[in-house]
Design a protein around this ligand. Structure first.
Ligand code: GA4
Length: 336
């Protein structure tokens, strides 16, 4: 009976056919090159998405966290469930968010905080919702998470500063200060898309994580060498992003789209699970403090230009997001 229920789950997530061949047009931004700022702005406008190379984050920090994530996801299901359910933080399996979305994915969601947390070894992470898992005894994954999050948070801030430079607005930290603030609302997510034996060898795939945009300012994603991520281009067509375990992928979130009055595009993306190979991804979501007013920056408004959005705070937007389905166009209700 359990087996049958599992198979029905898989069938309802079935998509045909398998993802198209890799798209070769993903913008690549070389952080070690001075001239990359203009290319970054173009990528934010055209795609809301780009890949970052020469980012300065040591590969071993990425590899270590991947290793620890694989160890966690290989635990027996009952062990993993001790860290769930993910409302909103903790272990989740197949159910995404509170409104009925499902995907062929299991994950861990963490709140990131700059306030010292009671686990001395865990300065950045808040406890997942259930503590039966005894996180305080999992030193290895906790230290890998902390090391990784510190590095990626710094990278997010650097990228946001380059964006301000490219847009020729002052101060340089106009975006980055929002995610670096001690009250900033940051989330970290480890995703595991397991293989799916039922569909191995068939020319089809499963919805791993359905299409959506990220509500925050910026997201920084790193995955292992398994493909699956797709982004929507401005014309609505979907392209497959070639995996690259040594690089990071940057997503523009809805809040940055609003702050640039629609100049930057928050990218719609999704993940297809391919049936035969595990995909592991780790994503940092940089959001502002709850009370922050999200509105177009006056420095970016041309003469007579009107805001496309009515005013709202990050807290309001987040509340609305958690009432929505994954694929909803969440900015719609805030448009003028
Ligand atoms: C999408 C981006 C992040 O993964 C996330 C997701 C969140 C969740 O998984 O709990 C949401 C989704 C995300 C947006 C709409 C709501 C909330 C699931 C969902 C249906 C952690 C986030 O911040 O928003």
């Amino acid at each position: 009976m359990v087996v049958l229920a599992n198979q029905v789950d898989q069938i309802s997530l079935l998509r045909a056919p398998k993802p198209d061949a890799n798209f070769s047009g993903i913008p690549v931004i070389n952080l070690a090159e001075a001239g990359s700022v203009d290319a970054m702005i173009k990528a934010c406008e055209e795609f809301g998405f780009f890949k970052v190379i020469n980012h300065g984050v040591p590969i071993n920090i990425m590899a270590k966290l991947e290793e620890e994530a694989v160890k966690f996801f290989s635990l027996p299901q009952v062990e993993k469930e001790k860290s769930g359910p993910p409302n909103p933080f903790g272990y989740g399996n197949k159910r995404i968010g509170p409104n009925g979305d499902v995907g062929w994915v299991e994950y861990l969601l963490f709140a990131v905080t700059s306030k010292p947390f009671s686990y001395t070894s865990m300065p950045f992470l808040q406890e997942p919702s259930a503590s039966l898992f005894r996180w305080e005894e999992r030193e290895d994954i906790i230290s890998a998470l902390n090391e990784y999050i510190s590095a990626v948070r710094k990278l997010a801030s650097e990228v946001l500063e380059l964006m301000a430079e490219g847009l020729k607005i002052e101060p340089r930290n106009v975006f980055s200060k929002l995610v670096m603030d001690e009250k900033s609302d940051e989330i970290f997510r480890l995703n595991h898309y397991p293989p799916c034996p039922l569909f191995q060898g068939l020319n089809c795939s499963l919805t791993g994580f359905g299409e959506h945009t990220d509500p925050q300012i910026i997201s920084v994603l790193r995955s292992n060498n398994t493909q699956g991520l797709e982004i929507a281009l401005r014309d609505g067509s979907w392209v497959s992003v070639p995996s690259d375990q040594e690089s990071f992928f940057i997503n523009i979130g809805d809040s940055l789209q609003v702050m640039t009055n629609g100049r930057f595009n928050s990218v719609r993306h999704r993940v297809l699970a391919n049936g035969s190979k595990s995909r592991v991804s780790m994503i940092y979501f940089g959001g502002p403090p709850q009370t922050e007013r999200i509105a177009p920056l006056p420095q970016l408004m041309g003469e007579g230009e009107q805001s496309l959005y009515r005013e709202f705070t990050w807290e309001e937007y987040k509340k609305a997001a958690y009432k929505s389905r994954l694929a909803d166009y969440r900015l719609g209700q805030f448009e003028k």
